[in-house]
Design a binder for this molecule. Sequence first.
Ligand code: SAH
Ligand code: SF4
Length: 367
Amino acid sequence: MNPAADIAHAIARIQAGQVTTDRLARLLAATDPAAVALLRQAAYRVKCSTVGRTVYFRALIEYSNVCAKNCLYCGIRAGNAEVARYTLSHDEVLERARWADAQGYGSLVIQSGERQDAAFVDTMTALVRAIRAETTLGITLSLGEQSESVYRAWFDAGAHRYLLRIETSNPELYRALHPADHRFAARRDCLDALRRIGYQVGTGVMIGLPGQTLRDLANDILFFRDQDIDMIGMGPYLPHAQTPLGAAGAPGAPLDLALNMIAVTRLVLPDINIAATTALQAITDDGRELGLLAGANIIMPNITDTRYRAAYQLYDNKPCLNETAAQCRGCLQARIERIGETIGFGRRGDSPRFARRLARPAAETTP
Ligand code: SAH
Ligand code: SF4
């Protein structure tokens, strides 16, 4: 079979519900241009008929680069002494939130290095409560691993989505990428707790990690399915020179693999939200638009004040370090309109899968 016919056959089998690791890995491996085009077009068709051609914004606030953890790949890991640490004030965050609300961004994501101390938890609870009181924004948190009671406190304060990447669903690979006290099982348990509480649950992986196989990535997609995940934020692994992994010289992920991963995830999980992440744009200027055309439907424009952006570098060559949030808005709108899509201004754009999950009888909600 020629490569395009082989891919067409695998897509048809997957859409008939015959989803296997081998078949997913075969799709992820596509490099022949005709085969890749076929894969992305099939995923785009699925996206158009499920979540549509409207892109939803999640205004991203990089709250703090103070982190207690030491993930071997991450530029703001605790062990990187060269980072100038910062934490935004309550008022700085609120000012950004009000701006996003006035722009009609619909939703906000607060992301940060991980801290579990009481001061951090209480400050965040107050912040979420204030944003809920003063804006109409949907609130997503991405603040790492916390206890169930902390997740509950933030939910009660008004957050309703949480993004916690599993990073890889292969526990061996997870172990190779983290110090011994960072545990895969603890991270997975957090996803369960978030679902129990009632959050829309987002996870994701890094694509193209050193030591990761195509079968690992295929199993990541099965993990998303089996964990009944509502939204995905995944992107290419990119090296940071001041990290153990980056210093070891492992190269970053190829763009095409990251786009294949988005496309295959859309085929398997037609009604979830999938973000076209900033890391795609770090590889190529129009990376996020290519992500949208491969099946993604969410973009997270960075609205953090430019004076903090350089200090929040998870990987080298982060794009738009000096572009203000207002400039970014105009640039993004033009880029999105250029590919024939529209922006869902003023709407939260919740994951349709979440609504269906809630509508299902309780016995079916946990796999
Ligand atoms: N501390 C929180 C949120 C900030 S990190 C947490 O870890 O969940 C957000 C994401 O950045 C991580 O989940 C990881 O997938 C990604 N990331 C970190 N270092 C990266 C790198 N070198 N390349 C690509 N993505 C990276
Ligand atoms: Fe901290 Fe998150 Fe980076 Fe890990 S990935 S070092 S938890 S900011």
